[in-house]
Design a protein around this ligand. Structure first.
Ligand SMILES: Cc1cc2nc3c(=O)[nH]c(=O)nc-3n(C[C@H](O)[C@H](O)[C@H](O)COP(=O)(O)OP(=O)(O)OC[C@H]3O[C@@H](n4cnc5c(N)ncnc54)[C@H](O)[C@@H]3O)c2cc1C
Length: 290
């Protein structure tokens, strides 16, 4: 089955794009987290969202999700790890599944400011962004996980089902480093170290940290955002953000970007507005394709 539009990300940009495309009766898939965006939820008080004054991030995220659900928008829980433009359509790698869509809207939030030295070079050669997709390749091998959110502890446990040994490095805030749940899992060791660089030969095999070098057969880097250039090969970026025209089109025909990933200002209402613009541009693209 080929969707008209795949929307990646369930923050304000992605949800608004999904609502607009649903109104326009397009066949869509919305991929991301069912509870929207941790960025939205972490805002204590938001005063600049038109029509909803003095709202907490949690409440606003709930209102956005309820709005989308009331329009019939469904969220496919998952993480896109590669989007490949084939010309006529896009292939979107999501877990073990390859999803097809004629057009794609990238609404994945602000790109990571800094990738680790060696990360881009070894991506696909010993460096992976998705334990669900690549765990099976590390059967009876030693895997290392650099995790930027507590949410990924589950992925490390899943990885251990295949790997003989998993070293888990929590690279998140001190007060969130409650990785205790993982220390009880046989075969997983939690290590507090600062990742500095990935090294290897043809394949990555070493993580350099402030505590010394760690050897591993595979290095998993688990963070919410993947850089746009890694997600879509050949996509033009500028300072880490996707280069967009006013209609949110990008250098790849049929691919649109919206929200923080499309650049500053990093604000909710701008993200939602761009979600709408990208959706309408995708509708136009679908018409022209016919
Ligand atoms: C503490 C804090 C307070 C803030 N306060 C305000 C405020 O008062 N007013 C204001 O206007 N703005 C505020 N902001 C900024 C605002 O939250 C962002 O501008 C807004 O959330 C951007 O929306 P977005 O949809 O572009 O991206 P995000 O909200 O970042 O959502 C992106 C979503 O995409 C998902 N995603 C990423 N990669 C993938 C992938 N490969 N596959 C599937 N899903 C993926 C992410 O998990 C996330 O759920 C605040 C931000 C923070 C952190």
């Amino acid at each position: 089955m080929r969707y008209d539009v795949a929307i990646i990300g369930t923050g304000p940009a992605g949800l608004e794009a999904a609502i607009t495309l649903t109104i326009r009766k397009k066949n869509i898939i919305l991929i991301g987290k069912k509870n929207s965006s941790s960025k939205v939820r972490s805002a204590e008080k938001i005063d600049n969202y038109l029509g909803i004054p003095s709202v907490s991030g949690d409440d606003l995220a709930r209102k956005m999700l309820d709005h989308a659900a009331s329009m019939g928008v469904e969220i496919t829980e998952g993480r896109a790890t590669l989007i490949y433009p084939y010309g006529e359509y896009f292939g979107i790698q999501c877990g073990e599944e390859m999803i097809e869509a004629t057009s794609v809207i990238l609404a994945t939030g602000v790109a990571p400011a800094n990738t680790l030295p060696g990360e881009n070079e070894f991506l696909g050669r010993g460096v992976s962004y998705c334990a669900t997709c690549d765990a099976a390749m590390y059967k009876e091998k030693k895997a290392l996980v650099i995790s930027y959110s507590k949410d990924y502890e589950e992925e490390a446990e899943f990885l251990k089902k295949y790997a003989s040994e998993v070293i888990y490095i929590p690279a998140y805030k001190e007060d969130e480093k409650n990785a205790a749940a993982l220390t009880d899992v046989p075969g997983i060791s939690v290590m507090n170290a600062k990742p500095l660089e990935i090294k290897g030969g043809f394949k990555a095999n070493t993580l350099v940290t402030d505590q010394g070098e760690i050897q591993a057969d595979g290095i998993f880097i688990l963070r919410d955002q993947i850089s746009a250039a890694s997600l879509v090969p050949g996509l033009e970026t500028e300072g880490g953000n996707v280069k967009c025209a006013r209609d949110m089109s990008t250098s790849v025909p049929g691919l649109y970007a919206a929200g923080d990933i499309a650049g500053a200002p990093y604000q909710l209402i701008k993200a939602a507005g761009e979600g709408l613009t990208a959706a309408l541009s995708a509708v136009k693209y679908l018409v022209e394709k016919k």
